[in-house]
Structures are given as C-alpha cells and as structure tokens.
Design a protein around this ligand. Structure first.
Ligand code: SF4
Ligand code: SF4
Length: 145
C-alpha cells in the first residue's frame, strides 16, 4: 500500500478583519483538516485587523482545503514568497544575512561563495532587512493584496 507522506509545508501570511480576529479559525485547521501550524509571527488584538505569519504542515490536499476554509471565514491569505524580495543587483553576497536567518532561507553556496536565497523557506521575520548593508532585502507586510 502506498504510504501517505504529510510533507507539504508552506508559510503563509494572514490578515484577519476585526470581526474574525476573535474566532478560533486557525485552531480549527488542526481539528478540521489535520494541519499542524507553527506560529512565526502574530499581531492580533480584539476589534482590530490582525496579522499572522504561519507555517502550515500536512497533506497538500488538506492544506488547500484549510486555505479555502480560512478564505470562507473572511481571512485574507498571501504566500510569504510574495512579500519578501531580494534585489539581485544590489546584493554584494557579503553573507551577513546568513548569520541572522533563522530558517536557512539565506545560505552560502560553497562552490562559488555566493549567497543563495530560497524564498520558500523564508518566514518573513525581517531580520535580514535590518542587517543588510546595501538594503537588498525588502519585506512588504503592510498590506495583503
Ligand atoms: S546581507 Fe544583503 S548584501 Fe549581504 S548577502 Fe545578504 S542580501 Fe546580500
Ligand atoms: S526575512 Fe530574511 S532572515 Fe527572515 S527568514 Fe526570510 S530570508 Fe531569513
């Protein structure tokens, strides 16, 4: 029998309108869709628009069902990959950011001493944007278009 691997993993950025902020929609992802979540960043307060960066893990099929459920409940969703950018012309491959990056999204490629950026691993923590000497990394979490 084919083994089912729950290896799908994606980091998403969520915006909650005030009327959704107090509801347990994220907890329901586990209960209803068997998804695990790792809260990477949150700014939630009652009666105000809230935001959350979540790492979701589970079956890809369940991930899409869970995202559909969040949307049905008024949550706006953006893949974090659409929020972080590296200006490839500005980056001088100094490597400072690799020491700060908690998810290994920025790593040294030993063969040519360049710094690789894997946006799929990025949790949008923003650390690299603070340390980059040439401001090559930018993070846009101000809106959720
Ligand atoms: S700190 Fe900035 S310039 Fe240096 S490797 Fe990282 S992104 Fe490139
Ligand atoms: S924002 Fe920068 S430091 Fe943070 S996880 Fe993404 S690439 Fe790494």
């Amino acid at each position: 029998m084919k083994e089912v691997v729950k290896g799908f993993r994606k980091i998403v950025y969520l915006s909650f309108p005030p009327e959704v902020s107090g509801r347990p929609v994220v907890c329901n992802l586990t209960r209803l869709f068997d998804l695990s979540f790792n809260l990477l960043k949150a700014d939630i307060s009652p009666r105000h628009e809230g935001t959350m960066t979540l790492e979701l893990t589970g079956l890809e099929e369940d991930f899409h069902k869970g995202i559909g459920y969040l949307k049905e409940n008024g949550v706006r969703i953006t893949p974090v990959a659409h929020k972080i950018f590296r200006n490839e012309e500005s980056c001088i491959h100094c490597g400072i950011c690799t020491a700060m990056c908690p998810t290994d999204a920025l790593i040294l490629e030993a063969s040519d001493r360049t710094i690789l950026f894997d946006v799929e691993k990025c949790s949008a923590c923003g650390m690299c944007t603070r340390v980059c000497p040439v401001k090559a990394m930018t993070l846009d979490l101000d809106d959720n278009k």
